[in-house]
Design a protein around this ligand. Sequence first.
Ligand SMILES: Nc1ncnc2c1ncn2[C@@H]1O[C@H](COP(=O)(O)OP(=O)(O)OP(=O)(O)O)[C@@H](O)[C@H]1O
Ligand SMILES: [Mg+2]
Length: 155
Amino acid sequence: MEQVLEVKGLKTYFYTEDGVAKSVDGVDFSLAKGKTLGIVGESGCGKSVTSLSVMRLVAEPVGRIVAGEIRFGGDNLLDKTEKEMRGIRGNRISMIFQEPMTSLNPVFTVGNQIGEVLKLHQGMTTAEATKRSIEMLRLVGIPLPEKECMNIRIN
Ligand SMILES: Nc1ncnc2c1ncn2[C@@H]1O[C@H](COP(=O)(O)OP(=O)(O)OP(=O)(O)O)[C@@H](O)[C@H]1O
Ligand SMILES: [Mg+2]
């Protein structure tokens, strides 16, 4: 079966004043095409740091991926430039962050924040991003997305 994502020997460490925190220390897993993979474990065991590593969003220089491979579509994501990663993030791999109060801005509508991703990662215009955001909100069953999620007046 084709593997979409293969993580091998991943090690992500944090170099703090109090020493090295080996948050992810040799993790292997793979995800087959069309399958869903859940990673479970107690709080602090490294689920978020593993996911952030796949996205290449570990906060450097304190945090560093020190070993391993993250194979995605035949490439090792650890060899990608930041520019290349920006093309992959939000298009081919996305992350839904924990803690909506810190990852979403309550001042903006959710439609606006979905649209921002489309503008940044897919180069859409504001009008295109608005249209697509409404479509996606409708797909997940939000009634009247223009009104509820975009602050667009409808009659
Ligand atoms: N920036 C950082 N500096 C130092 N240590 C960190 C940093 N970020 C995460 N850690 C440590 O890495 C370990 C793994 O954290 P992580 O957030 O991945 O846990 P988790 O499995 O996602 O937990 P939860 O279920 O609570 O979300 C923890 O011990 C955490 O304290
Ligand atoms: Mg977490």
